[in-house]
Write a protein that binds this ligand. Structure first.
Ligand code: DNO
Length: 361
């Protein structure tokens, strides 16, 4: 079980609190102060590792090393950024990192239309409504996400993209889904050998939501496309992060089946487990992790991880804001801590029942 933490200068939650969550083993983090495309310096990586380990937590997973937009766009300048990415992987491998999460979403990372929708119990949560998107320009949506973020940074977002949106959108006009696959293939063929040499498993994160937005191509959206991605480079280092709340927003994506399929193939390296309530196609909000609070079958999700003998990191994902907590949208302490313990409860029960079946035999 692991917990995402944004670093001591960025995250209001101290490691001293994270290590008190029952069963918490590892912290998933990143150097968000390094501009996208630059090499992560060894010293800064080691400092992050020292901080995490000083709290009795393991440091083996990075979320994320973001991919420079020029790589996604396939521009001539991409090779320099790819070379830097390779060096970052070597540095991370030297520091003992085993899993690196990344995404290949054009222009934006994850998108929500409301960062603090009030629920019946008085808590608030993040929500998405395709109808709101249809009435907005990308600039307006980005602006409203920044304004709704309580003064906190948005997880994984790159501020520098805000000023360049128009230019980036114009460049994406020429990029079809097939082209984006081609650019991902070019990137993977260049970095996977460095990942292999460094003992690192790459884990691509699904697009969130898993469909095209504002006419931008999106490819990490379905089982078929995940299959196409793992085949781009035939190596265990070319793998997946499965995020149940991202992929699962499309009811056609059967999460337990996807987990079993890629798990058995040896390409599943990271689990983001969270629940959402889908009102109708394209309209959903994030709920507590508990099975019956949302649409995703959390028991079957955890059972799939359990049945494939998954040994990699799993983390609770976005939580609601509860008990008056103010924090980074989706990334407060309390609801994610409840989620971590709930997921472990499901897991423990599965372990016990596997043991007792073994004893009966
Ligand atoms: C949002 C996160 C994403 C994710 C990246 C992976 O909360 O799930 O920001 O970390 O897409 O690169």
């Amino acid at each position: 079980m692991s917990f995402r933490w944004f670093g001591k200068n960025e995250d209001p939650i101290p490691l001293a609190h994270i290590c008190q969550i029952p069963g918490m083993k590892a912290v998933v983090s990143a150097l968000s102060e390094i501009p996208v495309g630059e090499v992560w310096p060894m010293e800064a990586i080691l400092e992050l590792k020292r901080d995490i380990e000083a709290h009795g937590l393991l440091f083996h997973t990075i979320e994320s090393v973001n991919v420079h937009e020029d790589i996604k766009l396939g521009l001539a300048t991409r090779d320099r950024y790819i070379e830097n990415y390779r060096q970052t992987l070597r540095n991370l491998g030297t520091a003992g990192v085993k899993v690196v999460c990344y995404n290949f979403m054009p222009a934006f990372d994850w998108l929500r239309t409301d960062l603090a929708q009030t629920l019946e119990d008085g808590s608030n949560t993040m929500a998405y409504d395709e109808n709101v998107i249809l009435g907005l320009t990308p600039e307006k949506l980005m602006q409203s996400m920044y304004e709704g973020s309580n003064g906190f940074e948005l997880a994984g977002w790159e501020k520098e993209r805000f000023g360049e949106l128009e230019k980036v959108f114009a460049l994406y006009k020429a990029i079809s889904e097939d082209k984006l696959f081609e650019h991902l293939g070019y990137f993977l063929r260049a970095i996977i050998p460095a990942a292999e040499e460094s003992g690192i498993k790459m884990a691509i994160h699904p697009d969130d939501p898993p469909w095209p937005v504002f006419g931008l191509p999106r490819i990490v959206t379905s089982k078929e496309n995940l299959e196409r991605i793992v085949r781009l480079v035939d190596s265990p280092s070319n793998g997946l992060a499965i995020c149940t709340g991202s992929l699962g927003a499309n009811p056609k994506n059967h999460m337990p089946e996807i987990i079993r399929y890629f798990g058995k193939m040896g390409r599943l390296h990271f689990g983001h487990v969270r629940n959402i309530k889908i009102d109708r196609q394209g309209v959903f909000y994030e709920t507590s992790h508990k099975d019956d609070c949302g649409t995703i079958d959390m028991y079957e999700v955890m059972k799939a991880f359990h049945d494939i003998g998954f040994k990699g990191p799993i983390r609770p994902d976005h939580g609601r804001m509860i008990w008056g907590e103010a924090g980074r949208p989706g990334y407060g302490l309390y609801d994610r801590a409840l989620g971590a313990v709930y997921l472990q409860g499901l897991w423990d029960a599965m372990e016990r029942s596997a043991d007792s079946q073994e004893m009966k035999r």
